[in-house]
Design a protein around this ligand. Sequence first.
Ligand code: MRU
Length: 346
Amino acid sequence: MTTASQLTPVKWEQDHLLLLDQTKLPVVTEYLTLTTIEQVWEAIRHMQVRGAPAIGMAAAYGLYLGIRDSGAASFAAFWTEFEEKAAYLATSRPTAVNLFWAIERIKDRVQQEKEQPLSTIKQAVLQEALAIQAEDERVCKTIGENLLSLLHDGMGILTHCNPGALATAAYGTATAPLYLAKERGWNLKVFADETRPVLQGARLTAYELQRAGIDVTLICDNMAAMVMAQGKVQAVIVGTDRVAANGDVANKIGTYGVAVLAQAHGIPFYVAAPLSSIDLNTPTGAEIPIEERPAEEITHGFGKQVAPDQIKVYNPAFDVTPARFITAIVTETGIFKPEEIAKSKN
Ligand code: MRU
């Protein structure tokens, strides 16, 4: 079960959704109360909830909020309405496949229940959203146990972005072995890249690991090479927003650079990936849609102008690490070479 020190980014309470507003962390801990699908869309788009599994969970609850007051008189009318809501929610962010995975899973459940009264179908949607969240906690813990088998006490671990409890139901994906190691009394030394431009590493990973009593050191993204050269890092572990069928991995911008650095220093580079992030329908990383975010994230980060007016900006939020830089992809079903990732779903 979730350890007391962990933060819960997504909570369903009776008739509304609570989302921990991640744009305000680490300074303010505030839950948003959401009652409509439009509010969920906004929260995903503006990264108040973020991280691939958490986006999927929020979307599942969002779909329920979108259809719970449907007055459709037949299943056909309900289905049309449901598909419209699903398509709308799917436009909130493009890269994390967990969003589309969660929507498809809810759609399948609705189809399975199609002979039932609409009130039963609506409840089934909520039950499926709750199941997705409950499963995610188990999945993350199992990924953590699998990753832990590749580590040992005393190691230095570098991570990028926030693949943490704040991005999942609990434990995180890439951070799960760090929490489990802590529970077992190991002393891992974690280096968290700050992760420009939105600083998920500084604001979220450093925060949640420090809160859990894990030995974490914050570094700027451009310090990773030096920290590796100094022999302080024995493994890199990152999360992912989408793994393509050939083992290419999309994750937060900067991940690719870290992988190249890891290979240059002979350091293993592991990707923690729930099966919900593995997209066998996308053949290679080149086909993964990469979100571009507003220029202001770079020119006016956190409200302060740091670049000239009218400057041209390119702000891709993710990059693709080619499979050849990845030592292993670790899922809840085991440890896989990137080129064998399809086997994880067998
Ligand atoms: O833009 P974000 O904050 O949603 O990006 C998150 C990441 O890139 C995470 O590393 C990824 O979703 C894995 S979360 C377990």
